[in-house]
Design a binder for this molecule. Structure first.
Ligand code: DQA
Length: 162
């Protein structure tokens, strides 16, 4: 049994739903604007389209996807804390908080739940301030530059771990 599910079992909680490992797919600020926001960078797909893609991949991979978005740093921190006992893995696109948030890094380290970091755009081809990620210090790995497909790749990577 993977570490996150062991921790959850120890705490008497369930990191699985109907026998399937739960994966939190968490989205940070401004990702609710996908489809409208700088389509030349982020494409025309909406966040609802990305969510559909994740549920489809979850069904194929035997994962229960719990898809969320918040513009609030504290709410993301709370969800990551909950993941310790309620999720077997995390896919995280923290948006701009990627580059600023020690609080999200601390939450990920405390969660002891494997995390794959995702970005729609290739952050290394963009402004210098986007090249540094606090999330990467805690993530198993990072996928960027492949648009919504990056979320599917992250779920595939987690399916092998959880
Ligand atoms: C992003 C990249 C971040 O730099 C940016 O602040 C975002 C979206 C991406 O998915 O490419 O909001 O995380």
């Amino acid at each position: 049994m993977a570490k996150a599910r062991k921790l959850a079992a120890k705490d008497g909680k369930q990191a699985s739903k109907a026998g399937k490992p739960v994966i939190y797919v968490l989205n940070g600020p401004n990702l609710n604007m996908l489809g409208l926001r700088q389509p030349e960078i982020y494409g025309r797909d909406t966040l609802a389209d990305v969510e559909k893609l994740c549920h489809k991949a979850g069904t194929r991979l035997g994962l229960a996807v719990d898809f969320r978005q918040s513009n609030l740093e504290g709410e993301l921190v709370t969800w990551i804390q909950q993941a310790r006992t309620k999720a077997a893995g995390i896919v995280l696109n923290a948006g701009a908080y990627t580059h600023t948030s020690v609080a999200l890094l601390d939450a990920l380290n405390a969660a002891e739940t494997p995390c794959v970091e995702v970005h729609l755009s290739n952050i290394h081809r963009r402004e210098n301030f986007r090249h540094h990620s606090y999330i990467s210090l805690a993530a198993k790995g990072m996928i960027c530059g492949f648009g919504p497909k990056g979320y599917v790749l992250a779920l595939e990577a987690l399916a092998d771990i959880v």
